[in-house]
Design a protein around this ligand. Structure first.
Ligand code: PRX
Length: 658
């Protein structure tokens, strides 16, 4: 490293706060710090500003109806169509030739869709869905990787008022079946396979296996042929080739249906405390207004930008910030099919350079991997088109933040560290990039109009510097409306902890720990429930545990997250063999396979440790904290209150000597 560079690194390492670069502020969508006060004084009317970003078929009567809290309703009696807002209106405004989706395939091929072309594709697909018998409010499951047919199908569903339920393509057959069963979904769009690091992966066999687990009749399955000759597959009687079928509808006109603001736009399953995933319900008006508003205010997106969010559309980040928010604003959204290190570790930067990407949004786990690979990879490319960087999904450590700031943003791009959840629909806590100072490691203050705070166990706000729990006092347009078909669980999961139902005072509890500083900047510390965050992916430890205890020969299991340099957290499994079984390599393999089958490769354990006992308190509760400390290699505190303190050393030895 040159002396100049070393000086720079040292200066960066010491710097705790960063002002937004002048060049950014000059052009930012929001620059007036008065926006915080303006939203507070005019709440909930302030949210009209979000609704005004959209085109409504029927104006709403009221911004918020809180008469049946916490079943809030937003923009009541308004009518709107999401696909119209993401497509037609841009074409009508003369922007039909602007690029909507710039798709980069992993093997180097590209596909470009202008708004006009995307609209045509969406209409054909919408006509195809109707032709199959899909009606308004039928839930269509989409089990596809990052191929253009995925956003096309989402928008086609939105066009005809059929909510979609996207299942991440990396999820297992079982996970597909669970979600289709829960949503009673009778239609599925999937694909034959996809490419990873040049290899053709079979997706259709996994799909078919999943379909065997669906308890109701599935009327139709449409299969995109992504792999051509690289994979032969046969179609069952109710299965159709996507291209062949859609060709029958080429040139169709499908009018967007006017949906009530509160009609469901989509379901997104996410992990919770119990083994059963939660079907988070998002609605049309509020969700779209919120994803468009935050794309405008936080990501600073404008129609003539090229914007790239590197998430997978199978997660909420891809829904809100690859598809709905950016397309509602008429921008060019880049979509990358593959892995960040194929064919080489500069792939991401090659895409940024080639497409002259203005705004780049990724996850801390990716940034930590880029750091590990080395600054020489981004240095090979001209990244000067970038004006704003973002992160999402997990806490970012200051060192990774600063690396991103310097080596990707060249100290000229603000970074927005955006805290939010599947349930919140869009960003909640983050800096406004043209207004706020940045503090690496801290997400920032709650966004204007978001009444978030950090409280203690009694719901009292903690002092600056103290740790507590994030809560949100007021509702917001992008919030989930309920858990599909389970209002009771909705209340129990999110509104029980800090609300006073009798006084009709409702407080949303996201289950995250946090600290707050004297400037109201919130630093997220991580989940406080049995959910872990592996490479920005949210996994329920109970789901993993139930897979492991389903293995013959396993009596009991505890799954926890342990610190991991790149993934943030990694899965650690501690299991007790049944009488007559031993913790053999074979049993370990079967446990790993069970996890793969029930969830998918994202839940692959870092380590599976067999032990004759799990550390328990005198009342018989498994001491998970201790297991987490062992997994993270932390100093172990006092274990004398355990019923079985001896077991701790045995387990720790196995983890460290492996
Ligand atoms: O723990 C928080 C963490 O991710 C959880 C939500 O996961 P999911 O619903 O899958 O949505 C991820 C994408 C929005 C949160 O409860 N999380 C998300 N963003 C951040 C974060 N933790 C720290 N900092 C963030 N910026």
């Amino acid at each position: 490293m040159s002396q100049d560079n070393a000086d720079l690194e040292a200066r960066l390492a010491e710097q705790d706060t960063f002002e937004p670069p002048e060049s950014f502020v000059e052009q930012a969508n929001i620059t007036d710090p008065g926006i915080y006060e303006e939203f507070e004084e005019n709440w909930p009317g302030c949210w009209e500003r979000a609704a005004d970003l959209l085109s409504w078929d029927e104006e709403y009567d009221a911004v918020l109806d809180d008469s049946d809290a916490p079943f809030y309703e937003w923009f009541t009696n308004g009518e709107i169509n999401a696909s119209y807002n993401c497509l037609d209106r841009h074409v009508e405004d003369g922007a039909g030739d602007n690029v909507a989706i710039e798709w980069e395939g992993e093997l180097g091929e590209t596909r470009t869709y202008t708004y006009e072309e995307l609209l045509d594709e969406v209409e054909d697909t919408a006509a195809m869905l109707r032709g199959l018998g899909v009606e308004e409010d039928d839930i269509v499951t989409l089990y596809m990787p990052m191929i253009p047919e995925l956003p096309i199908a989402m928008l086609a569903c939105a066009r005809i008022g059929a909510p979609h339920s996207v299942v991440f393509a990396g999820f297992s057959a079982d996970a597909l079946a669970t979600r289709m069963n829960s949503a009673d979904s009778e239609y599925l769009i999937t694909c034959d396979g996809y490419y990873r690091r040049g290899d053709a992966l079979d997706h259709i066999s996994k799909t078919n296996e999943g379909l065997e687990g669906v308890e109701h009749e599935v009327s139709d399955v449409v299969v995109v042929d992504r792999l051509g000759d690289d994979l032969d597959h046969e179609l069952a009687d109710n299965q159709h080739d996507y291209d062949d079928l859609v060709a029958e509808y080429e040139g169709s006109t499908v009018e967007p249906v006017a949906r009530d603001s509160e009609d469901m736009l989509f379901l997104m399953y996410t992990s919770g405390t119990t083994g059963q995933p939660k079907g988070v319900k998002h609605t049309t008006g509020g969700y779209l207004a919120y994803s468009a508003w935050t794309s405008h205010a936080v990501l600073d997106i404008e129609a003539d930008d090229t914007y790239w969010c590197s998430a997978d559309i199978g997660w909420i980040t891809g829904h809100s910030y690859i598809v709905y928010g950016p397309l509602a604003l008429g921008t060019t959204s880049v979509m990358y099919e593959g892995t960040p290190d194929y064919p080489d570790k500069d792939r991401m930067w090659e895409i940024v350079e080639k497409n002259e990407v203005d705004i780049f949004y990724t996850a801390p786990t990716a940034i930590r991997a880029f750091m590990k690979w080395g600054e020489e990879y981004p240095a090979q490319h001209d990244l000067s088109s970038l004006r704003l960087l973002g992160t999402v999904g997990e806490p970012i450590n200051p060192r990774a933040w600063k690396w991103y700031y310097k080596h990707i943003g060249n100290e000229e791009c603000p970074i927005v560290d955006t805290w939010w959840q599947t349930e919140t629909g869009g960003m909640m806590i983050t800096t406004l990039p043209g207004v706020c100072e940045m503090k690496p490691g801290s997400a920032g203050p709650p966004l204007p109009g978001i009444d978030a705070q950090v409280v203690d166990a009694n719901g009292e706000e903690v002092d600056a510097g103290q740790a507590g729990y994030v809560t949100v006092n007021n509702p917001w347009p992008g919030m989930l409306r309920t858990l599909y078909d389970n209002d009771e669980r909705f209340i129990n999961e999110y509104w029980n902890e800090y609300s006073d139902a009798e006084a009709d005072e409702w407080v949303y509890f996201p289950e995250d720990g946090a600290k707050i500083d004297e400037d109201d900047y919130i630093t997220i510390l991580g989940r406080v429930d049995d959910v872990i965050n592996v490479s920005g992916h949210r996994l329920g430890t109970m789901e993993i545990e139930s897979a492991v205890v389903g293995v013959e020969g396993v009596a009991e299991a505890a799954v926890v997250g342990g610190d991991h340099e790149v993934k943030g957290e990694a899965v650690y499994v501690y299991a007790i063999p049944e009488d007559g079984y031993e913790g053999s390599a074979e049993l370990e393999e079967r446990a790993a396979e069970a996890i793969l089958d029930s969830i998918g490769p994202i839940a692959k354990p870092e380590e599976i440790v067999f032990t004759h006992e799990l550390p328990k308190t005198r009342s018989g509760k498994i001491m998970r904290r201790l297991l987490e400390d062992i997994a993270s290699g932390n100093e172990l505190g006092n274990t004398s209150t355990l019923r079985n303190p001896d077991v701790v050393d045995d387990i720790a030895e196995q983890v460290s000597t492996d």
